[in-house]
Design a protein around this ligand. Structure first.
Ligand SMILES: [Zn+2]
Length: 305
């Protein structure tokens, strides 16, 4: 025993033994911390996946339900494109409207009382944009505010140290990561002529899709990586084309408001894509093809377009 002890002492030394004890304690502290991090991360992933699964199940359940008869009649009356859509897309729209109404909160402003007809009108026109989208949801806020008529908004602009405050009359707006605000009388005006390329609901919700990738810049998230080059080329070329035509008052398909900026161009082009599909396909085939790929639908083939 004594000889063994001496051999052991010489081999390891007192410092070596202490170092091993220290290393063991040190390693055990690291291991505990690592185990804690791994367990917390694992738990967070499980919770996140579970919530995602629950959300997806709820979405699938709501999207597969068809609306009650009175709501279908309302949808048909308030979404003029509905009647000309193929039956499978009509059914899809009903499901998406169901999801939308379940997800969004409507508020009336300036004394407006929000009715079912108003909710169906907003949901039905907005969900046209989602019919065949891979991610059929609008990002950002769940709040929709309705005004009875056009409304006055306060605008603050900065020029260096100078801050200017002004007012502008609006028929709708989409706040970045915030609510969508709409004027009911302008909604009614927009749907009263479904071929004029003006639909404030489509316009504002196109802005919502545009902000999906953070910036509202006229470049939403496209379906595939190889789509971006063509999108940039066509949109740049068509934005310049609209600017030139608008100066000569020769713009026949797109509203001149699209010349304000690339995001406005995208929103205006989306309105025309749905309401003037045939015309856009004939006169502006390249932009029609880009939007057809983005939205996954072909409104030019819907009857009455
Ligand atoms: Zn706009």
């Amino acid at each position: 025993m004594a000889r063994t002890w001496r051999v052991s002492w010489r081999t390891c030394g007192k410092a070596g033994i202490n170092r091993r004890i220290f290393c063991y304690q040190y390693n055990s502290a690291i291991m505990n911390a690592l185990t804690g991090i791994v367990a917390t991360t694992f738990l967070a992933i499980v919770v996140w996946l579970s919530l995602r699964w629950i959300r997806e199940r709820k979405f699938q359940r709501l999207a597969s339900e068809i609306l009650a008869r009175p709501y279908v009649e309302m949808l048909s009356a308030q979404v003029p494109l509905y009647a000309g859509m193929p039956a499978n897309l009509q059914q899809r729209l009903q499901g998406l409207v169901n999801v939308f109404l379940n997800d969004k909160n409507f508020f009336g402003s300036a004394g407006l009382e929000v009715t079912d007809q108003m909710r169906i009108t907003v949901a039905g026109n907005a969900c046209l944009l989602l019919l065949n989208r891979e991610n059929p949801r609008f990002p950002g806020s769940r709040t929709i505010i309705l005004y009875p008529d056009t409304y006055i908004a306060t605008e603050t602009t900065r020029d260096g140290l100078l801050v200017r405050e002004g007012h502008s009359v609006r028929l709708g707006e989409s706040w970045h990561r915030g609510p969508v605000i709409l004027s009911w009388s302008d909604i009614v005006d927009g749907i009263s002529d479904p071929t004029d390329g003006q639909n404030v609901i489509i316009h504002e919700f196109a802005h919502k899709l545009d902000e999906e990738n953070v910036a509202m810049d006229g470049l939403p998230i496209l379906n595939a990586a190889e789509d971006y080059t063509d999108w940039a080329r066509v949109m740049t070329q068509e934005f310049a084309g609209l600017t030139a035509r608008a100066e000569k008052r020769a713009n026949k398909v797109l509203n001149a408001y699209g010349t304000v900026s690339p995001p406005e161009f995208f929103a205006v082009a989306s309105e025309a894509f749905f309401e003037r599909g045939k015309k856009m396909q004939k006169h502006l085939p390249e932009i029609y093809a880009q939007l057809q790929r983005f939205y996954g639908v072909d409104p030019a083939t819907w009857t009455g377009r």
